[in-house]
Design a protein around this ligand. Structure first.
Ligand SMILES: *Cc1c(COP(=O)(O)O)cnc(C)c1O
Length: 401
């Protein structure tokens, strides 16, 4: 009996070491990692640059406080500003905290302008923004909200992709639109560039802020540094986490200078957020992500993966209903006759490949961004073997029935 909260239906599988896109369990079995700690291990496991950085950082200052200047944090902030739309950054320890900062920033911007009733945010069904009281209300998924008292007020939800519904939901109270450019947990649904541009246009027309949640789809995963770059638009505020720390807990809220300027001393804070150790690692991750050729490699691998998945769809049209996602955030929507939980377990236990389920019966593929063509071919073979085994079992059932 575990001493831990029962909030996860955990597999008994535990890992001892990792190397690139491979993980080794306690009994020495080697796994192909298309899970990456849910899109966190962007550089795979035991990346030499990250290991060296952590070792030398361990002998220096781990933590001070945000009441002092933290040079590594200043440097990481400046590098993110130089590489994005943003002018200012607030560092956090997680994605949900990055979203909390984004929501507070958007609301406070209007409050400071004297528009104190303007705090409502339009968000989308099927989204996921984290597990704090604020972020469960923001996403509005009834499964996550129910039983935890009155949800935080000020969020309205419309279906993603429906620009008219968004337009109709705008009132004098609306301050922002909040969206994941590619929904991760909800079912790996990529927004179209037209829809993203439409949201930007609505925000411009009504003087609202566009707030993006790129916690999962950002940091190179779709083949651009940030997923919104595919649509050629810029947000006003953006939440980032997961890949940013390469496995070290780190998140960030990025904003345009005009929008962040009301966040003065006393409005927000974090004890750990952006501490020296976290930002030293964050800088090392960014060294690799911004290396020339790194993000183009992700784009190429994303295209290879899509090609292999299309081949599989032709072979197994009775199982593969739809291919979804963008780059190395890929989704396979499978037939309802095969619950995604079971298929993920099959890939793990019978084919030594790690994947993650998502909403709408979608298998999510989230490999480390350093993946090679050979790794992708191996993954496609394992997925093909898993579907073929299902076919064989179904045929057997027909014979014995
Ligand atoms: C994972 C995730 C979050 C929450 O991040 P945590 O670090 O678990 O708090 C928020 N938004 C999206 C899109 C995510 O994928």
């Amino acid at each position: 009996m575990s001493a831990l909260y029962g909030t996860y239906a955990r597999s008994p599988l535990a890992f001892e070491r990792g190397e690139g896109v491979r993980l080794f369990s306690q009994d020495g079995t080697r796994y192909l990692d298309f899970h990456a700690g849910i899109a966190v291990n962007a550089l795979g496991h035991a990346d030499p640059h990250l290991v060296d950085t952590l070792k030398s950082a361990a002998e220096k200052v781990w933590h001070t406080s945000n009441v002092f200047t933290i040079p590594e944090q200043e440097r990481l902030g400046q590098r993110l500003v130089d590489a994005t739309f943003a002018d200012a950054v607030f560092f956090t320890n997680s994605g949900a905290e990055a979203l909390e900062c984004a929501i507070k920033t958007a609301r406070h911007y209007f409050w400071a302008k004297g528009e104190t009733d303007r705090y409502e945010i339009i968000a989308f069904t099927g989204s996921f923004h984290g597990r704090t009281l604020g972020t469960i209300a923001a996403a509005g998924n009834p499964h996550y909200v129910e039983g935890f008292g009155p949800p935080l007020e000020g969020f309205v939800h419309v279906a993603p992709g429906d620009l008219e519904a968004v337009d109709a939901a705008i009132t004098s109270r609306t301050c922002a639109i909040l969206i994941e450019p590619v929904q991760g947990e909800g079912g790996v649904t990529a927004m179209t560039p037209e829809f993203m541009r439409g949201l930007r246009a609505l925000c411009d027309k009504h003087g609202m802020l566009l707030v993006l949640d790129e916690v999962q789809c950002g940091y190179g995963r779709t083949g651009k540094f940030f997923a919104h770059e595919w649509s050629g638009i810029e947000p006003d505020v953006m939440a980032v986490a997961k890949g940013i720390g390469g496995g070290f807990p780190l998140g960030a809220c990025l904003a345009k200078g005009e929008v962040s300027k009301s966040m003065v001393p006393g409005t927000h804070g974090s004890t750990y957020g952006g501490n020296p150790l976290a930002c030293t690692i964050g800088n090392a991750v960014l060294d690799r992500i911004l290396e020339p050729g790194f993000i183009p490699h992700v784009d190429q691998m994303g295209q290879k993966l899509a090609w292999h998945l299309q081949q599989l769809q032709q072979r197994f049209p009775h199982y593969i209903v739809e291919l979804r996602g963008k780059g190395l955030l890929a989704g396979i929507k499978i037939a309802d006759s095969v619950p995604v939980r079971d298929f993920v377990a099959r890939l793990r236990d019978d084919h030594q490949m790690l994947t993650q389920g998502a909403g709408e019966n979608v298998v999510r593929l989230l490999p480390p961004l350093i993946i090679t063509e050979a790794d992708i071919a191996e993954a496609a073979e394992k997925i093909g073997d898993a579907f073929a085994a299902l076919d064989a079992e179904t045929a057997h059932e027909h014979v014995t029935a």
